[in-house]
Design a binder for this molecule. Structure first.
Ligand code: PHE
Length: 338
């Protein structure tokens, strides 16, 4: 009997089922009630006790093999060629999605900021990363000997040409080319000659926002930014404004939000202050409006700028800024649910 089983195993192995008819013949020959395998199963009763175990095992193997072979062919031919596809699968099942990558955390934050400000009517705009002195500094009211123009901070490419040190350069380009009302957000990469560490890099990303119209006031600035951080960090976030200085805004402020971790109690993240600094802002200096051809007697406006890395660090609890740029998939794949 064992010999017969081995013969059949080999025979089945060699058979190729190429048509529906061959598949059906295979079933009748091996798998049906009157088929060869059933004959063997019937004969199994007569196998002597000491052979039963071994014979049983290979008989099972044979049954399995034959069944698998038939299943495979039957899947293909079942139902005939006319509607073989409709029969093969349940087409109403949702597709299984393959993991195809994750968005970069900086892109996630950038998109979110753009979406929130879009709702307030701010439109997307962008400008070049290689800038001239006028757009990056002079038009923004930087005095000729201002330290920010220094080689320490700025990567100069040629005389009066540099990698932009902030996205405020795009403000100038917009003001030069459009008539108020202007309401825009300008995300992009900026460059500064800094020693690379967990908290600083030689390039990073900012989002700039401006709003210029008749009668724009500091109240509009405050309310816009308050709404913005509530949308980004949750309704119960608090804000405070501290006086600050930027050459291109007057008055200028830095905005803090209540610490997301300790809710203002004081912890390591906020250095026990309860507050986190997240952006710089102010009313656009009349000199800046004038330099771009906008009449400061008629129009006023506000501007704000924030670092995307910093916001993403707060949002995702990232401790070292360098991890954004090392392309380690163990880090990047954590963001697949966003
Ligand atoms: N450009 C400033 C910076 O890079 C940020 C800023 C933008 C401040 C707009 C005020 C208004 O630090």
């Amino acid at each position: 009997m064992k010999e017969r089983i081995h013969q059949l195993l080999q025979q089945i192995e060699e058979i190729k089922l190429k048509t529906e008819q061959e598949t059906e013949e295979f079933r009748l020959k091996f798998l049906s009630k009157k088929g060869e395998i059933n004959d063997l199963v019937e004969g199994f009763r007569q196998v002597s006790a000491d052979q039963k175990r071994e014979t049983g095992q290979i008989l099972n193997q044979l049954k399995q093999k034959a069944q698998e072979k038939w299943n495979e062919a039957n899947q293909i031919f079942q139902g005939g060629s006319k509607n073989k596809f409709s029969q093969r699968r349940d087409r109403s099942l949702p597709a299984e999605l393959e993991f195809s990558g994750a968005r970069h955390p900086l892109a996630i934050v950038e998109n979110e900021v753009i979406q929130i400000l879009n709702k307030l009517g701010f439109v997307y705009s962008e400008g070049p990363e290689i800038e001239d002195d006028w757009h990056n500094f002079s038009a923004l009211n930087f005095p000729p000997n201002h330290p920010a123009r220094d080689m320490q901070d700025t990567f100069f490419i040629a005389d009066e040409i540099a990698l932009r040190t902030h996205t405020s350069s795009v403000q100038v380009r917009l003001m030069e080319n459009q008539k108020p009302p202007i309401r825009a957000i300008m995300p992009g990469r900026v460059y500064r000659n800094e020693a690379i560490s967990a908290r600083a890099n030689c390039f990073f990303h900012q989002i700039e926002g401006i709003y210029i119209d008749k009668n724009v006031s500091f109240t509009d600035l405050k309310q816009t930014l308050f709404y913005f951080v509530q949308q980004l960090f949750g309704e119960d976030v608090k804000v405070r404004f501290r006086p600050s200085y930027f050459p291109f805004t007057e008055p200028s402020a830095e905005m803090d939000i209540s610490c997301l971790l300790c809710k203002g109690e004081g912890c390591n993240v906020c250095k026990q202050t309860g507050w986190l600094e997240i952006l710089g802002c102010g009313m656009i200096d009349p000199n800046v409006l004038e330099a771009s051809g906008i009449n400061p007697e008629e129009y006023s406006g506000f501007a704000f700028g924030m670092g995307i890395e910093r916001i993403a660090m707060l949002k995702f609890d990232v401790k070292d800024l360098r991890t954004y740029f090392t392309n380690d998939t163990r880090f990047l794949s954590q963001f697949k649910n966003y």
